[in-house]
Design a protein around this ligand. Structure first.
Ligand code: ADP
Ligand code: 5GP
Length: 191
């Protein structure tokens, strides 16, 4: 089995974290390592520094941009920056793991462009924007104005779907998880 880069992008609330967490927990044989991004947003719920993200101040984030430490970064929401450190990805690949990315649509397209055939990109599509609203409300981790900000961006993000290698519609969770597992294991097992 080779190691590669596995990119997951979707509008917020589509279920990509749920699917990625399931894949990593249920399939240790795939040797997956999560790419921990940096963000300038505050931790949410039970999130811990160095686990879900490296939480930086806007000034710390800017310093890393200036030092050219990011493979890619985006201002995904106004004043909220997210980025992937080059060093983080290189160390994980060197250790022999496949690296899993949970990044916004532009970041996903950019990482795929950079790594080409070494990367598999998957767009997790929600059944509808109304369902996204239900899921974001149900998750209960974001303030109403943050939810509105995320929903306002969803239609734009959906237009990026054709730029991904595969689109997985997350209507029934178990079906979507199995579909993702098959795509990933086929990719890592190909010559
Ligand atoms: P994302 O990482 O894309 O922002 P999450 O994985 O946090 O999304 O999922 C958003 C919410 O939707 C969570 O509360 C999750 O439990 C729920 N969810 C995920 N997939 C489904 C599904 N297929 N059907 C119903 N709810 C789902
Ligand atoms: P959240 O605030 O819900 O954790 O993430 C918001 C969005 O930022 C999600 O679409 C997530 O995939 C994206 N994101 C997280 N890390 C990165 C990153 O390193 N680069 C880019 N471009 N987007 C990221």
């Amino acid at each position: 089995m080779k190691n590669g880069l596995l990119i997951f992008s979707a509008p917020s609330g589509s279920g990509k974290s749920t699917i990625v967490n399931w894949l990593m927990k249920e399939h240790p044989e795939l040797k997956l390592a999560f790419s921990i991004s940096c963000t300038s947003r505050a931790p949410r719920g039970t999130e811990q520094n160095g686990v879900e993200y490296f939480f930086l101040t806007p000034e710390e984030f800017k310093a890393k941009i200036e030092a050219d430490e990011f493979l890619e970064y985006e201002e995904v929401y106004q004043d909220r920056f997210y980025g992937t450190l080059k060093s983080q990805v290189e160390n994980q690949l060197e250790a022999g793991d496949s690296v899993v990315f949970d990044v916004d649509v532009k970041g996903g397209v950019n990482i795929k462009k950079f790594y080409g055939g070494r990367a598999l990109s998957i767009f997790v599509q929600p059944p509808s924007v109304e369902e996204l609203r239900r899921r974001l409300n149900g998750r209960g981790t974001d303030a109403p104005e943050v939810i509105e900000q995320r929903l306002a961006k969803a239609n734009y993000e959906l237009t990026f779907a054709p730029q991904f290698d595969h689109i997985v519609v997350n209507d029934k969770l178990e079906k979507a998880e199995q579909e993702v597992y098959k795509l990933v294991s086929d990719f890592l097992n190909q010559e």
